[in-house]
Design a protein around this ligand. Structure first.
Ligand code: ADP
Ligand code: MG
Length: 414
């Protein structure tokens, strides 16, 4: 007589740790996610082995292979190995018999397959393909288990085999579905928060800039009047001219911010990125010199992108300014390019103080700055511009070693 009533309980044991992990730990900015993956998978392995399925007297098996395989796919090979060790130790504690031998055989034969399957899994784009890879991989250890068990017992029946495969596949599909959908939701939430942050800073910048523009207009007007008056020396005249031009510059900057805040409605034009970066280099050289920094611009591309002249200028100025400011005594900033099929990647590398993982995560948060004179808006504006240009940014940084910011922008023509 086949009983299958404790399957639901076993299924519950398989999914509860996944829920707990994704609801409580996944959103923490954990540095090494693979360790946590191996922990929750190990917990499921232990639970599965403690509460096996007994579908008929003597017909006992458990679902430990599922969390074991999941650990490899979602945590990487090291996480899988940790889970393997936990599984082996726990199996040893249960008792030394042929089952232990079978476990070792399964592990040894499946590891090479897992190694190659993980690579395929990481390249897979669709959820279905991922699921298929895991399912096919899982069939292998179950089948070895079945063959090995048939050596030690002759009680294997067709119904047992059907249940064995069915329960594994169903549980695996439910687990993978949960993992994929929970992590997708988490990613979506993060993306929405980021968009909200961008919107918020846009609004804030707009109101601040707007408020500053009015007093600036007054100062500009009076400066102009003073300049016109007859009883001032030529030296004073010169100073007032300088003041005027600086005020115009300040006004321009504010207008730039305002145009950015207006979610970049400005017109896009075709821009030669090589020429533009030359201009940025020229603009930034005095500032670099002042900070004992050398700028090496290796970009020679005549590659054309579509963007607003001001915004693209602002993007690179902000990034290079940050790179220069990250260098404490003396150092260099290298600007380089790489063209792929649809994108151009501009790397801005500095050998400055770098950022820790935590600092990297805070980058782009409004008013986050570690500098006494900092505004904490620069990177925010950069992210906003890149987002507007349908580009991407990746930042790699090592404390005391330096930072590389890679900006990817879609190419119009090469
Ligand atoms: P600000 O430059 O006004 O401080 P940003 O938004 O431009 O504001 O930058 C925020 C913070 O990010 C900086 O204060 C700095 O700590 C960090 N940062 C940005 N770029 C780099 C870099 N290339 N190297 C090291 N730290 C950086
Ligand atoms: Mg800055």
């Amino acid at each position: 007589m086949i009983r299958f009533d404790n399957y639901l309980f076993v299924l519950l044991l398989n999914v509860v740790p996944i829920f707990i992990y994704y609801y409580y730990f996944h959103k923490l900015k954990i540095k090494n996610k693979s360790i946590f993956t191996s922990i929750y998978c190990s917990v499921i392995v232990i639970l599965s082995m403690t509460f096996p399925l007994e579908i008929a007297p003597g017909h006992i098996y458990d679902l430990r292979t599922i969390p074991w395989v999941v650990a490899f796919f979602y945590g990487g090979f090291p996480a899988g190995l940790i889970t393997t060790i936990v599984m082996a130790i726990y199996r040893y504690m249960i008792g030394y018999n042929e089952g232990l031998m079978v476990t070792f055989i399964i592990v040894l034969l499946t590891l090479p397959i897992l190694y190659f399957a993980i690579k395929k899994f990481n390249q897979a784009k669709s959820h279905i393909k991922k699921l298929l890879i895991i399912c096919l991989t899982l069939l292998f250890p179950i089948s070895i288990d079945l063959i090995a068990t048939s050596f030690f017992t002759n009680k294997i029946t067709l119904i047992f085999v059907v249940y064995l495969y069915l329960s594994h596949i169903v549980t695996l599909i439910i687990s993978i579905y949960l993992i994929e959908s929970l992590s997708y939701q988490e990613r979506k939430k993060e993306h929405m928060q980021q968009t909200e942050r961008i919107r918020l800073i846009g609004e804030m910048a707009a109101s601040v800039a707007h408020e500053i523009r009015n007093p600036l207009t007054v100062v500009k007007g009076y400066t102009h009047l003073l300049k016109e008056s007859s009883n001032i020396t030529s030296k004073q005249q010169e100073m007032l001219s300088l003041m005027s031009s600086e005020l115009v510059r300040a006004e321009n900057i504010i207008n730039d911010y305002l145009s950015l805040a207006r979610t970049n409605e400005g017109t896009k034009e075709q821009i030669n990125l090589g020429k533009l970066l030359k201009k940025v280099e020229e603009l930034m050289s005095p500032y670099a010199l002042l900070n004992n920094v050398k700028i090496y611009n290796q970009v020679q591309t005549p590659c054309i992108i579509e963007a607003g002249q001001d915004e693209i200028l602002q993007l690179f100025i902000n990034m290079i300014k940050n790179a220069i400011e990250a260098i404490e005594y003396t150092g260099e900033v290298v600007i380089s390019e790489k063209i792929t099929e649809n994108y151009i990647r501009i790397n801005i590398t500095d050998n400055g103080k770098g950022m820790s993982e935590e600092e990297l995560n805070r980058l782009g948060t409004p008013f986050y700055s570690t500098k006494t004179q900092g505004t904490g808006i620069g990177t925010m504006v950069c992210f906003n511009i890149i987002h507007h240009l349908n580009g991407k940014i990746k930042i790699k940084s090592k404390v005391k070693k330096g930072t590389t910011c890679s900006v990817y922008l879609p190419i119009v023509s090469k």
